[in-house]
Design a protein around this ligand. Structure first.
Ligand code: A3P
Length: 315
């Protein structure tokens, strides 16, 4: 499957044709969930691979064997990517699934299901920067152009996988319709990995003893994952990901957007954010002020520095 220049459009959202077909998207939107499934949901570049690693390790009681011998797409396949049915046919035990699809496309399939859903969100400014760099490497994504051009498409929601705003609002505002739902942010994972792993293990009802928790944290640290070819995407051939243009495990930092955004871009972003999130009660902790590099003409207040955790579990 090459289709590197193909764009697949499904319900007005575009997807890279290299990994998605009309059939694969239809399969995902009609997926038959099992109550024992765990579904990781993210907008791209929000910490998907990181959560796949955490869930894999938590489910294996901290044993790194599976995480170090099986690529992430084989142990936690994306529902909407064309190879998913084959991977699931070959897999045994409880399934870990991944998706970037917006809520409305999976809502019918999830109705009545007791699958456990983990939603990972990340500061959209860091998402935009990470996504921009990934466009430069991934030959199955369109040309990113300049950062300004990319940011404009990101804010409009015309990039692949659609609008960040619609994605995060769609999933979080419908959390009440999902039987078991855990909301967690990349920032929480970065600031307190131990507490984040404990939240995931509690949610999945996979308790870890201290040794297992330590082993999990070690294997899912940025440094370990950067070295692990099962998650750092170095297994993907050069003609699909150009490894000379950058690394998938790029920086792994929070608040690093300040090193890319101009003051003007930040103002535009904040205005769009305020308007697009006006109908959302979700508040985020995006960064810790002391850890954030100074921005030349930084405003005194940041509207996004409040914290909100959403978690629903109905036994
Ligand atoms: P950066 O490009 O900012 O470095 P996704 O898996 O959703 O595509 O997200 C990729 C982003 O998550 C990249 O961000 C990558 O470095 C970061 N990431 C992956 N594993 C991580 C880890 N263990 N710790 C911190 N960041 C991680």
């Amino acid at each position: 499957m090459a289709r590197l220049d193909v764009t697949e459009t499904f319900h007005d959202i575009t997807f890279p044709g290299h990994l998605h077909t009309e059939e694969s998207l239809h399969y995902a939107s009609h997926f038959k969930f099992q109550d024992t499934d765990t579904l990781i949901v993210t907008y791209p570049k929000s910490g998907t691979t990181w959560m796949q690693e955490i869930v894999t390790l938590v489910s294996s009681s901290g044993d790194p064997e599976r995480a170090q011998t099986q690529p992430n797409w084989a142990r936690a396949p994306w529902l909407e990517q064309y190879y998913c049915p084959d991977v699931l046919k070959a897999s045994q035990g409880r399934r870990i699934l991944t998706t970037h699809l917006p809520y409305q496309l999976l809502a019918p399939a999830l109705t009545g299901s007791k699958a456990k859903v983990i939603y990972v969100a990340r500061n959209p400014k860091d998402v935009a920067v990470s996504y921009y760099h990934f466009h430069k490497m991934a030959r199955f994504l369109p040309e990113a152009g300049t950062f300004s051009e990319f940011l404009s498409a990101f804010l409009k929601g015309t990039v692949h996988y659609g609008s960040w705003f619609d994605h995060v609002k769609g999933w979080t505002s419908n959390a009440r319709n999902i039987h078991h739902f855990l909301y967690i942010t990349y920032e929480e994972m970065s600031l307190d990995l131990r507490a984040s792993v404990e939240r995931v293990s509690g949610f999945l009802q996979c308790p870890l003893v201290e040794e297992e928790l330590t082993s999990t944290m070690k294997s899912c640290s940025f440094n370990s994952m950067s070295e692990n070819s099962m998650v750092n995407y170095t297994l993907v051939p050069q003609e699909i990901i150009d490894h000379t243009k950058g690394k998938f495990m790029r920086k792994g930092k929070i608040g690093d957007w300040v090193n890319t955004f101009s003051e003007e871009q930040r103002c535009i972003f904040d205005a769009v954010y305020t308007s697009r999130m006006a109908d959302s009660s979700l508040k985020f902790v995006w960064c810790v002020p002391e850890q954030e590099p100074p921005l030349k003409s930084r405003r005194d207040t940041d509207p996004h520095q409040t914290h909100h955790i959403l978690e629903r579990t109905f036994a």
